[in-house]
Design a protein around this ligand. Structure first.
Ligand code: NAG
Ligand code: NAG
Ligand code: NAG
Length: 428
């Protein structure tokens, strides 16, 4: 352990030298992203998994709805943040000497925090806790500073410290103080430059609720004030891309920041504020274009949000019903009713993969078409295959994380565009 510490110390010195000699503004950097689901015991039944998936997705939908109301009328109640099962984690490296802590990667919120000592209350964590007293690069944030007033941290000045609270829809929460720290990102093979950037974050001293031992915090990367990407703006081009590795795959992929971000194919423009809203015009099931009523996904009717934190995809009922009916017609498998609210058929992975039994879904975004194969918009549960599409009557609709598996999704905040293109994320 001590040897490793020294190795890390040496590494961070090298990294910081590299950083100082190569202007951070010129390049980009990366971090590892992986899929982990430890919120359920390994012997959980399909029914238990299904229930957890529904609970997480529904709660997340309510969160995005509250956020949407907040965007439309900022005076409305502050939106809670939700975290739950089936999330993606990113390894976040911070401090001097650095510690690496896996945190939930969330394009649907903006605050970044990590569990830290001395904990008033911390959940069990398989990794060392961040300790600001042992980090030479930690700095407290002054109550009067602009950082303490970012929309997103609910802050209060306590004894001269900028204290924050984030509360989640499932009654979990994190309380602590806002500070700044050096975050260390890795270079990529073709760009060995490494990045070390100073950013504000929450030092979580009291954290309680449903957190797994494999995660030590949250990384918020939406478009609100304290978002990681907003903070990077002054250092690198405000672009990032993620490639969500298929769930349960033990491997990892890269989140790329700055010029390293993969912006491939045609872009679709970002709309609205805070969350990543895009315009969806229509959907094709197999070869049947549905002709969803024009305006269904317009922003003023609620819009459609891209989100890594919602596993399922929620479509307004009118559009959902059209997809649902068409799947009933086209899927060459027997329907199963009753065991879940999702649309399920008797079948297995082979049926999803054979190219004929279940149709491809094509999403017609403004300026961009995305074809999603059955293996990514269906799940296999025992003897059933189930669609990951759900109806919603609330606003907004949500393009969830199952739908984004093995796609590289690139966000260009400078030009307000999103790119979605197929990619084998296990090779990134
Ligand atoms: C799963 O394992 C735990 C102990 O590891 C046990 O308490 C529980 O009853 C098991 N559940 C099922 C459904 O077998
Ligand atoms: C993430 O960091 C932890 C702790 O350093 C390490 O054990 C794990 O291998 C890392 N995962 C990836 C995918 O790099
Ligand atoms: C403020 O500081 C005083 C003296 O250090 C301490 O007794 C008190 O508990 C602190 N208050 C809070 C809310 O931390």
């Amino acid at each position: 352990m001590a040897g490793r510490r020294h190795f890390l110390t040496a590494l961070v010195i090298l990294v910081s030298l590299a950083y100082r000699t190569s202007a951070a503004g010129s390049g980009g950097f990366s971090a590892r992203l992986f899929s982990r689901d430890d919120s359920l015991p390994p012997n959980a039944t399909y029914a238990e998994e299904e229930e957890a998936l529904m609970r997480t997705s529904d709660a997340r939908l309510r969160y995005l709805e509250a956020r949407h109301r907040h965007m439309v009328s900022p005076d409305s109640v502050e939106a809670p943040i939700f975290r739950g099962t089936s999330q993606y984690l990113m390894n976040l490296t911070l401090g001097t000497p650095p510690v690496t802590i896996p945190v939930t990667f969330d394009t649907g919120s903006g605050v970044t925090w990590v569990q830290s000592t001395p904990c008033v209350k911390c959940h069990e964590q398989n990794y060392p806790l961040y300790d600001r007293s042992k980090s030479s690069s930690y700095k407290p944030v002054d109550c009067s500073s602009k950082t303490c007033k970012y929309d997103g941290y609910r802050t209060k000045c306590i004894n001269g410290s900028c204290a924050y609270v984030v509360a989640y829809a499932d009654n979990s929460y994190s309380i602590g103080v806002v500070g700044t720290e050096y975050f260390t990102f890795a270079g990529t093979d073709d760009d060995p430059k490494k990045g070390m950037v100073e950013m504000s974050f929450g030092v979580g001293l009291e954290n309680d609720g449903i957190f797994s031992e494999d995660e030590g915090g949250l990384l918020g990367i939406d478009r609100t004030g304290p978002s990681l990407i907003n903070q990077l703006w002054k250092l690198v081009t405000p672009q990032f891309s993620h490639c969500l590795i298929p769930k349960r795959n033990p491997g990892s992929s890269l989140v790329l920041f700055g010029k390293r971000a993969e912006l491939q194919g045609d872009p679709t423009p970002l709309q609205g504020i805070n969350s990543y809203y895009v315009q969806l015009y229509d959907i094709t099931v197999g070869i049947k274009k549905l002709h969803i009523p024009p305006g269904t996904f317009d922003l003023d009717r609620g819009g459609l949000v891209l989100d890594t934190g919602t596993p399922l995809t929620y479509l307004y009922r009118v559009a959902f019903d059209m997809v649902h009916d068409e799947l009933d017609k086209q899927v060459k498998l027997k329907r199963v009713g009753g065991w879940t609210r999702r649309q399920c058929f008797y079948g297995n992975y082979g049926h999803l993969d054979d190219g004929t039994t279940v149709p491809v879904l094509r999403f017609h975004f403004e300026g961009l078409e995305v074809s999603v194969p059955p293996t990514y918009y269906f799940t296999v549960d025992g003897n059933f295959v189930c669609s990951t599409l759900m109806p919603t009557d609330s606003k907004p609709s949500v393009y969830g994380s199952f739908m984004q598996q093995n796609f590289v999704v690139g966000y260009d905040l400078e030009w307000s565009n999103v790119y979605i293109s197929p990619k084998d994320c296990t090779k990134l």
